[in-house]
Write a protein that binds this ligand. Structure first.
Ligand SMILES: Cc1cc2nc3c(=O)[nH]c(=O)nc-3n(C[C@H](O)[C@H](O)[C@H](O)COP(=O)(O)OP(=O)(O)OC[C@H]3O[C@@H](n4cnc5c(N)ncnc54)[C@H](O)[C@@H]3O)c2cc1C
Length: 478
């Protein structure tokens, strides 16, 4: 959109039959539903994208604010809602875990807001900085130090919450960027602040956002070609000059923006000459993958909201299982997006659309997962949910399962990692490449590059790539 509205001739090549990428739809039990991202945050990112293109997000999509950010439940007891209104959340936490933890929520929220204020613009909305550049951009060492770059998220949460369930709840935000809370920096607290600023429900599901963006890009003159996989990036005299499609057709271009996972380039999946563009993530550096069921089934026993999280008892074991033992723990945390809830009401006993997700290792390039998911993980999921009061079947007749191998097939070069490299260690956030690759003429965008994973961040990365292309093209070309 940003390039097309400047009058550049833009062609989008998409391997899949429809636009959307991870923000895809699947049909299960006869119903079409979201099979990728479900939590819509950072609305301002899309508002400014649309506004800069002379359109309005409200005109293209119907969004409603979720009053409940998410419902959380534990098998050992307890259900806790986080609300759009922080005072209601604080009251709910007081009822759930006492006044000390309610005060902890206040101090945690203030700290997360401070981190967001310090880092949002200099890090997220700007071309990838080095550590030194970030320090310069923030211009305030004390504020930067307050973001606790050396502490882990899990460790820092202990300063705010004595109740282990609350630590689990707020630690889970690291999984939004594919990371373990035991290795991710405390800085990721700022995701809690982002969610507190608003979670939105999209009429027609998240896939409607992808369709709206594609529609607006086309109206600005971009050509979108689906079922058009790129086989090779053409390189001449040390510069990317075009793209060869799987059909053999070649397109010449002044600039190419690659929006697949950056590892695909480093692995040579887009041809040997383009390997130099960036280094592939090693399997150990990959972030989380997932086993995802999309299901059309009735549920009973537990009042689901739109976003629901059912926690396993042993969070240490859960992340150790995925990142060290390369498996799924005996009692994995389960996320359920009950897609007909929140805006709609589901009649008791009626089938409803659900996305059910557990974290899994990104080993989809070396192992098959479907049998494992159906035979071993589904029973663990059912048992954990049952202990939280929810009955669900995940029957193969009414559900579709996608594991790391399925994601690897859709998003080559990832092993099924859904969020690029894990954000582990103090420098984790700086390990993603920026918009300009090492190969002149080739630019990078998407959830595996700066500023990070998630739909809004991937969108920001696309805007940063467009900005870099515009600045680098010879004057008069734009
Ligand atoms: C199950 C799941 C749940 C998630 N939950 C959330 C959430 O709640 N909120 C959130 O913000 N984010 C969430 N995410 C993450 C989010 O979906 C991603 O970070 C974001 O969509 C990434 O967008 P992208 O454009 O970088 O990549 P993708 O969506 O992967 O798009 C890349 C596109 O490139 C195409 N492609 C790749 N190689 C080629 C080639 N050689 N030729 C042509 N086309 C090619 C692919 O087909 C794909 O369409 C979730 C992801 C998944 C899978």
């Amino acid at each position: 959109m940003d390039l097309a509205r400047q009058g550049l001739a833009v062609t989008v090549l998409e391997a899949a039959p429809t636009v959307g990428g991870k923000m895809r739809r699947l049909t299960a039990g006869g119903a079409a539903m979201d099979a990728g991202p479900t939590v819509f945050t950072m609305r301002w990112v899309f508002e400014s994208l649309f506004a800069d293109a002379g359109a309005s997000l409200e005109g293209a999509l119907t969004l409603s604010r979720a009053d409940i950010l998410a419902r959380h439940a534990w098998p050992q007891g307890g259900v806790l809602d986080l609300h759009a209104d922080p005072e209601r959340s604080e009251a709910a936490i007081r009822d759930f875990a006492g006044p000390e933890n309610a005060a902890g929520f206040r101090s945690f929220s203030a700290r997360a807001a401070d981190m967001h204020a310090t880092l949002a613009k200099p890090f997220m909305a700007s071309q990838r900085p080095s550590m030194a550049e970030l320090t310069f951009r923030v211009g305030n060492l004390a504020a930067l130090w307050r973001t606790s770059p050396l502490a882990t998220l899990w460790g820092s949460l202990g300063r705010h919450f004595s109740d282990r369930r609350l630590r689990q709840l707020f630690a889970r935000y690291s999984t939004y960027v594919g990371s373990s809370p035991f290795k991710a920096p405390a800085t990721l607290m700022l995701i809690a602040h982002v969610e507190g600023q608003g979670v939105w429900l999209v009429d027609g599901g998240m896939h409607a956002l992808a369709r709206a963006v594609a529609g607006l890009a086309e109206s600005l003159g971009a050509t979108i070609r689906t079922a058009a996989p790129a086989r090779r990036i053409l390189v001449s005299n040390g510069r990317a000059t075009g793209v060869e499609l799987a059909s053999g057709e070649q397109l010449q271009a002044d600039a190419i923006v690659f929006n697949g996972d950056m590892s695909a380039l480093g692995m040579g999946l887009l041809g040997d000459p383009a390997r130099s563009a960036t280094r592939a993530a090693t399997p150990a550096e990959r972030g989380l993958s997932a086993i995802v069921w999309t299901a059309m089934e009735p549920t009973s026993g537990f009042a689901l909201d739109h976003h629901n999280v059912f926690f396993g008892e042993d969070y240490v074991d859960e992340f150790d299982a995925v990142f060290a033992r390369r498996t799924v723990s005996a009692r994995p945390t389960v996320y359920i997006c009950a897609q007909d809830r929140g805006n709609g009401i589901v009649a008791p006993g009626k089938p409803e659309r659900m996305l059910v997700l557990v974290n899994a290792p990104a080993d989809g390039d070396t192992r098959a997962f479907e049998g494992f998911a159906r035979a071993e993980i589904a029973p663990r999921v059912r048992s954990l949910l049952k202990d939280c009061g929810l009955d669900i079947s995940l029957d193969p007749a009414s559900s579709v399962v996608t594991g790391p191998d399925g994601f690897e097939a859709l998003f080559p070069g990832t092993g099924g990692a859904l969020y690029g490299k894990a954000n582990h260690g103090m420098l984790g956030s700086f390990s993603r490449p920026g918009a300009r690759s090492r190969l002149p003429g080739l630019y990078l965008a998407g959830g595996s590059v700066h500023p990070g994973a998630g739909v809004p961040m991937a969108t920001l990365s696309g805007r940063l790539a467009a900005e870099a292309v515009t600045l680098d093209l010879p004057r008069g070309r734009v």
